[in-house]
Design a protein. Sequence first.
Length: 295
Amino acid sequence: MEFRQFQSMALARFDAAMNSPSVLPQAHAQRLIAAMKYSLLNGGKRIRPLLVYASAQACQANLHHADVAALAIEMVHAYSLVHDDLPAMDDDDLRRGQPTCHIAFDEACAILAGDALQTEAFSLLSRPIDGLLPAQQLSMLQTLAFASGAYGMAGGQSLDLEAVNQTVDLAYLETMHNHKTGALIKAAVIMGAQCQASLDSQTKAALESYADAIGLAFQVQDDILDVTSDTQTLGKTQGADAALNKPTYVSLLGLDGAQLKAKQLHESALDALSSLGEHAQALKQIANYIIDRVN
């Protein structure tokens, strides 16, 4: 299957699941629900849901089970973007070519929308899922919680904020991005694999190595595009990291060095999948997409 075919299939599944009436709450707080929908439904690359489906496919799991994992992880990702854009953090006005949530609504509503998206993700994963063992669901919950908190995305965001106007080395930068960006990407790969009840340790280890490599490659490519692309193509403000005096792979390694780093990580990701055979084709294609993308 070509990447575009896989992408079309996976996103069709994801969109159908996401538009189910039972996914987002139908609460009386209509402004809050509108802000949640605005943040979750306004497009994006959907890399994390794609990784969930590709990993489930690589493990020959039921893609119906992957629907819930894909929804949950995209909700957490959406919440993180809403909070990341706030004036207290990156103070961004543009996300995916649209006004950020706190601009479209207001700052308090954006905070609450992010909070609600996060909790809804865990609510979704904790509901009974036909054909999925409780132990599998618990594993998914643990994977997502670990990747979202102080040992993952939130911890990485804290390191990011601490690094503003500071001189940091490459080891610090990699630690920061392994947590801030890489942790949720890794969780997507692992949660897809956890849809398979008989997941073996060798396959899990291979997928973890793959996820570590593409998680970092994704951020390296982001840093490259922040220099080489433009605001219209990116859908967010070009040069924002430089304006905030944030350390990046380009600022530490130079543009050529950052491009070489991305290439090396891409090769490591493909090498990690060598034992998984043809079922991992979609994962390979996503690795290619991550370093070839223009936004």
